[in-house]
Ligand binder design. Structure first.
Ligand code: MRU
Length: 368
């Protein structure tokens, strides 16, 4: 059975508490926006797409528990709460883009004189609920297109099975299901093209060791865990075919913010001639910023570095710097895989026009 990080049914929202994994599988109920904000901020739920979906569903749950007789009140409440949810974590853009889209929707429903406040609420909640299914179908498409792109980027010939490296967690736990970069790995496995996956432990929060390793074992995909510091040696000794990672925010020029450590993997991949793929749904692409310089990088508490659980491992008195993300320059990225096509980083804007070939690839943009 597939792992389910988000359970939602008729106004009832539960998330798998990712702070407890892999020791314990426990669902916690989120009763509204305050619970949603806290779960995102504490990282009980994490991963850019999952953050947006849980944030928006927590608003749906709250609205369903209230009755509105004034459309203006509903509109103001929605806008205030969405902006509050955006503040829970600053780097991933998905929650911000979802908030902008939903604020535009509530404004247009508010301007529609043919509907009353309760119908306005019902239509708004329907739009939020649709995010779950849309995220899964987008991820499946990313998996399919990404697997083709990774296979066709191989110099050694597509009959060979591939050894893929991934970083952080981009699977069912980070999305509504299936995953982005991990979705590509799943798709490669499903078509018989995957030899082995290497996942980094992803210090200091250990999303790789705790979550990706858990998903790979659960899915029975052949996989090995490595420490972040082993990547260069791994590429030298084990001949990695491709790196596939996710994204928290991709700027218009293809600069990509993702989990801390992604940048150094991209540098090492370039040195070893290993193609480096970013899997990102359109909901992770921020066309409003020209480059990665404008991306705000979240800094997290020192304790995530100084402690393993409750045991202090760092010397008392040492200062710490704990950025949760870094920005990989576009020049180190071979291609960005989205549900709408696979493009080189400089070609992202092509995704905004519907010029797809029947196979979903964008004309002229298939990396070879
Ligand atoms: O701090 P996290 O665990 O939320 O960071 C997650 C990542 O960096 C993922 O790679 C990214 O959000 C993509 S998840 C599909």
């Amino acid at each position: 059975m597939a792992l389910e990080s988000i359970r939602y049914n008729a106004g009832k929202l539960e998330i798998l508490d990712q702070l407890l994994l892999p020791r314990e599988s426990k669902y916690v109920m989120l009763c509204g926006v305050e619970d949603g904000w806290r779960a995102i901020n504490k990282m009980q739920v994490r991963g850019a797409p999952a953050i947006a979906i849980v944030g928006c569903l927590s608003l749906a749950v709250e609205l369903l528990g209230e009755t509105f007789d004034d459309k203006k009140v509903l509109r103001q409440e929605v806008e205030g709460k969405l902006n509050y949810l955006v503040s829970a974590r600053p780097t991933a853009v998905n929650m911000k883009l979802a908030a902008e889209e939903l604020i535009a929707l509530i404004n247009s429903l508010g301007a529609d004189d043919s509907i009353g406040p309760e119908e306005m609420k019902a239509r708004f909640v329907d739009a939020i609920e649709a995010m779950l299914a849309r995220d899964i179908s987008d991820n499946r498409r990313i998996g399919e297109l990404g697997a083709q792109a990774v296979v066709s980027a191989q110099v050694c010939g597509s009959s060979d099975k591939l050894r893929v490296l991934t970083h952080c967690n981009t699977g069912s736990l980070a999305t509504a299901g299936y995953g982005t970069a991990l979705g590509i790995i799943r798709a490669l496995h499903a078509i018989g093209k995957l030899d082995h996956v290497y996942c980094t432990e992803t210090r200091p929060y250990n999303q790789g060791a705790r979550l990706t390793a858990y998903e790979l074992v659960h899915e029975q995909i052949p996989a090995t865990l490595v420490c972040d510091s082993m990547v260069a040696a791994l590429m030298k000794v084990r001949s990695i075919s491709a790196v596939v990672v996710g994204a928290d925010r991709v700027a218009a020029n293809g600069d990509t913010a993702n989990k801390i450590g992604t940048y150094q993997i991209a540098v090492v991949a370039k040195y070893h001639g290993v193609p480096f793929f970013v899997a990102a749904p359109l909901t992770s692409i921020d066309f409003s910023i020209p480059s990665g310089e404008r991306i705000v990088i979240e800094e997290r508490p020192e304790k995530e570095m100084t402690h393993m659980g409750d045991v202090r491992i760092a010397a008392q008195g040492i200062a710490c710097w704990n950025p949760a993300f870094d920005v990989t320059p576009a020049e180190l990225v071979t291609a960005i895989v989205t549900e709408r096509g696979v493009v080189e980083p400089g070609q992202l804007r092509k995704l905004l026009v519907e010029d797809r070939q029947p196979n979903g690839m964008l004309v002229g943009d298939i990396p070879s």
